[in-house]
Ligand binder design. Structure first.
Ligand SMILES: Cc1cc2nc3c(=O)[nH]c(=O)nc-3n(C[C@H](O)[C@H](O)[C@H](O)COP(=O)(O)OP(=O)(O)OC[C@H]3O[C@@H](n4cnc5c(N)ncnc54)[C@H](O)[C@@H]3O)c2cc1C
Length: 596
């Protein structure tokens, strides 16, 4: 079975040393989020993840959720409900929610750290509380006062959970195709009819009520994505005064059998004239849903990170224990029948790839988490806008890159185990299967890439990119005369320049041919992700060197940064070359020739 020990030393290094969140939190008015409290919260969450959630990971995979066709009920694997009750009673469901509605008002940046540990411990289980965060955010920003009053408290307390109901059989990425209908009723509510598929936590036995946030069309809706509205549809009806009534006309019709996250309920949901309430303005549902989706996109990016950390921890332990072959330069452990595989350069390549992508990725994700706080609470408009621009730019990078890297790391970790990784005993194949969904739901990697390239870069004229390039420029200027950092500063400065030039050249070519955007998007996403990580690695070395941390820790950061700069950052060369080649090599081949 795979184990999980929360990497608290690196989590603290990222939060306190590199991001210096304590001073940020006090500027933003989080008076209770001092270092002592944050550390206590991290310790407690780590304990729960290691002792309660991680041991259920294998059980969830083996049992899966069970569906009763006669009643539409879904039963979660053994132990999931008890763990959820403990989680909700401990206040974890409301950790970064406002105190006004019963939350703890911890910064979002801390919420992201907790999510990393929870996801690593048990990804399938983590999906039950995950979407409640998004529902809370959508309601906070777009709900009417009575809706906040009635729905936020139980969602934050965890006595109810939330869902996000977008997908329909004919409507996945392209939400303009959705058909679910909403008819106005005499009492001001709406009657919702349609079928949603793939709904995470659509039905389960963890809470009494489930609050579905459903996209549907009003009778006078314009066609396409401009005619979509958002509705709250509780499983058990809830009146405007909060009174809980009858069972609503919404029912789970089936659960999907899938490659991974077997313990997560992926449901077909049939709405058959179910009572719902409009959230926000008619036909403006996508905007409200985007509030929820952005929260969820960061959350899914962190799922990739969590799985990568767990995969790395297990692969490293195994590589130390597994004795096979000798080091090429001669025996390292002559008294043993063979050396540990850790001495082999190829095994180290795989492990260091995981270490560099996870520790760098952690900073990328936590920084984005801190921007959620700054975008909402920074003192002046300019600072809030700057944080929001950067957050918008980084969100597809966090979702797209961290989930693809999560898959890459679970792949490398499995490879380190050899054939023992392919069999179920060590639990590594489960991590690889579970990781696969993260690049698909909440918008595939291709869609994240288009969002980054099209909307966040070209439409917004590179507003977020400019902020990030400014951070790199200031860092490089600050360390211009630091000889110990020169090996990182020069390549980082050069890559930042290439990033800017690449963006400009895509924008120019896209003005003449829009296909350039689609052809460049994926490679641009990864070019951006690798340069962003180069910045965080260079900064990690600078911060570690200046700290009082042990020499082994400093050396670990410096050597991993060296590995990153020499063996991972050059991947940008391939991405830049692919972008330069333009759309011709993708579009010139005819459809007939594809199978000739
Ligand atoms: C386990 C699981 C849980 C899920 N949970 C939820 C949930 O809780 N709520 C919910 O509403 N949905 C949920 N989904 C649905 C999920 O979000 C969709 O599967 C996903 O958005 C992709 O849609 P699709 O599967 O229809 O693929 P399609 O949209 O058919 O896409 C197929 C392929 O075409 C590509 N593609 C499509 N359009 C474009 C384009 N314009 N440009 C470039 N490439 C494109 C995609 O990137 C993808 O590679 C879940 C799915 C799964 C499997």
């Amino acid at each position: 079975m795979s184990t999980y020990h929360a990497p608290l030393t690196d989590i603290r290094f990222a939060l306190h040393d590199v991001l210096q969140v304590e001073s940020l939190f006090s500027t933003l008015g989080f008076d209770d989020a001092n270092r002592e409290t944050v550390d206590a919260v991290l310790d407690e969450c780590a304990r729960m993840c290691e002792a309660v959630l991680a041991p259920l990971n294998r059980i969830g995979d083996e049992q899966g959720v069970r569906f009763d066709k006669a009643t539409g009920a879904v039963t979660t694997p053994d132990g999931f409900k008890a763990a959820y009750d403990q989680f909700a009673e401990g206040g974890w469901t409301g950790m970064s929610a406002p105190t006004e509605f019963g939350g703890m008002n911890m910064p979002h940046a801390i919420g992201i750290c907790l999510e990393e540990m929870i996801d690593a411990a048990n990804l399938a289980w983590s999906n039950f509380p995950l979407l409640s965060h998004g529902a809370v955010n959508a309601l906070r920003h777009h709900g009417e006062d009575w809706q906040k009053e009635v729905f936020l408290k139980p969602l934050i307390a965890g006595t109810w959970t939330g869902t996000m109901c977008l997908t329909e059989p004919q409507c996945g990425t392209d939400l303009g195709l959705l058909k679910t209908r909403a008819e106005p009723a005499d009492d001001g509510s709406y009657s919702i009819t349609g079928t949603k598929i793939f709904i995470t936590a659509g039905e389960h036995d963890l809470t009494d009520n489930i609050v579905h946030l459903v996209l549907a069309r009003l009778p006078d809706a314009p066609a396409g994505s401009k005619g979509i509205s958002l509705f709250i549809v509780p499983k058990i009806q809830v009146a405007r005064d909060g009174t809980v009534g009858e069972r609503n006309a919404v029912r789970c019709g089936a659960v999907e059998h899938k490659m991974g996250i077997h313990g997560s309920a992926t449901c077909v949901m049939n709405f058959d004239g179910a009572q719902g309430y409009l959230i926000g303005q008619p036909h403006k549902g996508l905007m409200a849903m985007f509030t929820m989706m952005n929260t969820a996109r960061l959350g899914v990016g962190v799922q990739g990170l969590g799985l990568a950390t767990r995969a790395y921890e297990n692969a490293l332990r195994y590589a130390r224990e597994r004795l096979q072959s000798r080091a090429l330069s001669g025996a390292k452990l002559p008294s043993k029948p063979a050396d540990p595989i850790l001495v082999q350069p190829d095994v180290r390549r795989m492990l260091l790839t995981c270490k560099s992508l996870t520790e760098g990725g952690r900073l990328l994700a936590y920084h984005a988490g801190s921007l959620v706080d700054s975008a909402e609470l920074a003192a002046d408009d300019a600072a809030r806008k700057e944080a929001d621009d950067l957050l918008g730019f980084l969100t597809p990078i966090v979702k797209g890159c961290l989930t693809e890297w999560g898959n890459e790391c679970t792949y490398h970790a499995l490879q380190c185990f050899g054939g023992h990784g392919y069999i179920a005993e060590h639990g590594i194949e489960q991590l690889a299967r579970d990781a696969r969904i993260t690049t698909l739901y909440e918008g595939t990697t291709g869609i994240q890439a288009l969002d980054l390239m099209g909307r966040k870069t070209l439409q917004l004229q590179g507003a977020g990119l400019r902020v990030f390039l400014g951070m790199i420029e200031r860092f490089c200027a600050e360390h211009a005369n630091d000889a110990a950092l020169a090996e990182f500063i020069e390549p980082l400065r050069a890559k930042a320049g290439e990033w800017q030039a690449l963006t400009r050249s895509i924008a120019e070519r896209a003005a003449a041919d829009p296909e350039e955007i689609g052809a460049a998007a994926y490679d641009y996403l990864f070019f951006s992700g690798y340069v962003a990580l180069a910045y965080w690695w260079a900064r990690s070395v600078a911060v570690a060197d200046a700290s009082s941390r042990p020499e082994t820790f400093k050396a670990g950061k410096r050597e991993t940064a060296r590995f990153y700069f020499t063996r991972i950052l050059p991947r940008t060369l391939t991405h830049a070359a692919a972008i330069a080649s333009g759309p011709a090599s993708l579009l010139s081949i005819t459809d007939e020739a594809l199978d000739s």
